[in-house]
Write a protein that binds this ligand. Structure first.
Ligand code: GLN
Length: 317
């Protein structure tokens, strides 16, 4: 915390510390993701939380500086990049309805003719990565460049081992890519798109970096990080509002309704145990706890966000 902290900031710090203490009592209730072999190696009993406010201050607790695999949280960033590049054209290839099905489910793809329900489940994110693969010769470096700038972290990178571990076992995602190709909803070779997808999922960030990197979503699309100096309109205010609406309705896979009820904020979760939440006009929150519930969402992370909104009264409007 900066030396000239205000009483409100001190109170927020105390709130976070209290939540962290309570969250520790949930250790053992979930399991780390094991279907990606590299993720099974992560020590389960870890917790971090960071809150970045639109005035530039940041408060954190626990292991908020420890980097972890962002996994599906990358779907938020690739979707924003695709929106910036092709705008409303994305809706010709992906829907914007909650799926009500597991993040890696393919059941709806057949009845819905290869058009995934939304950009935040695996099938939808693969289409988005396909769109970006057509636009960037090196999507991995383009995405890292954007994230480094947004998070003011020039060293940000993806973990080669995690990417390889997922790529070697990505049979279901590959099947979905080929299935969508059979409906004409996939342009590039699935192998090439899967390479990019596994790299984006293997990007490692800390809670503090994630809170910073998503700040534009709390701020009408304006990136206010130190490198942006006077502020850069990273995404239009209109598109920002729409991204937040999608995060509220589709950001937690088949637990999106439960998250909206319990937490009521636009969120994006990932099987690395991270969750980012947007509080429009106020700031962003990133939490991390690798133990997941049956739907693949962080047990401690969801608990911590629920506690935070109860104690602060923060909501999506
Ligand atoms: N890389 C993971 C996958 O495709 C991401 C899933 C997730 O975080 N829910 O299975």
């Amino acid at each position: 915390m900066p030396p000239n902290h205000s009483p409100a900031l001190i109170q927020l710090q105390e709130t976070l510390n209290g939540i962290a203490t309570d969250a520790h009592s949930l250790y053992g209730q979930g399991k780390v993701a094991s279907y990606i072999p590299a993720l099974a190696q992560v020590a389960p009993r870890q917790f971090g939380m960071a809150v970045a406010l639109v005035d530039g201050t940041c408060v954190s607790t626990g292991s908020a500086g420890t980097q972890f695999s962002i996994q599906s949280i990358s779907k938020l960033f690739t979707f924003v990049l695709a929106l910036k590049l092709v705008g409303d054209e994305v809706w010709q290839r992906v829907g914007r309805e909650p799926s009500g099905a597991a993040f890696n489910s393919m059941v709806q793809l057949e009845t819905e003719k290869g058009i995934p329900r939304n950009p935040f489940i695996n099938a939808g994110a693969l289409v988005i990565t396909d769109i970006l693969t057509s636009r960037y010769a090196h999507l991995d470096t383009a995405l890292l460049g954007a994230l480094r700038r947004l998070s003011d972290s020039p060293d940000l990178n993806w973990d080669m081992q995690t990417a390889k571990s997922e790529r070697d076992t990505a049979h279901r995602n590959m099947a979905m890519a080929y299935f969508m190709k059979s409906y004409g909803n996939f342009v590039n070779p699935p192998e090439q798109v899967l390479d990019n997808y596994c790299r984006q999922c293997a990007i490692e960030m800390s809670c503090s970096q994630l809170a910073q990197a998503t700040m534009f979503l709390a701020n009408g699309g304006l990136d206010i990080g130190p490198q942006a100096q006077s502020g850069e309109q990273f995404l239009s205010a209109d598109a920002t509002r729409r991204v937040n609406a999608l995060l509220l309705t589709c950001g937690a896979y088949d637990a999106a309704g439960d998250f909206a009820y319990r937490i009521g904020l636009p969120v994006k979760t990932g099987v690395g145990g991270g969750i980012v939440a947007i509080v429009p006009g106020v700031g962003t929150v990133a939490v991390w706890g690798p133990e997941l519930d049956a739907k693949g969402n962080s047990v401690l992370g969801a608990f911590a966000l629920e506690q935070l909104v109860q104690r602060t009264g923060w909501s999506h409007d």
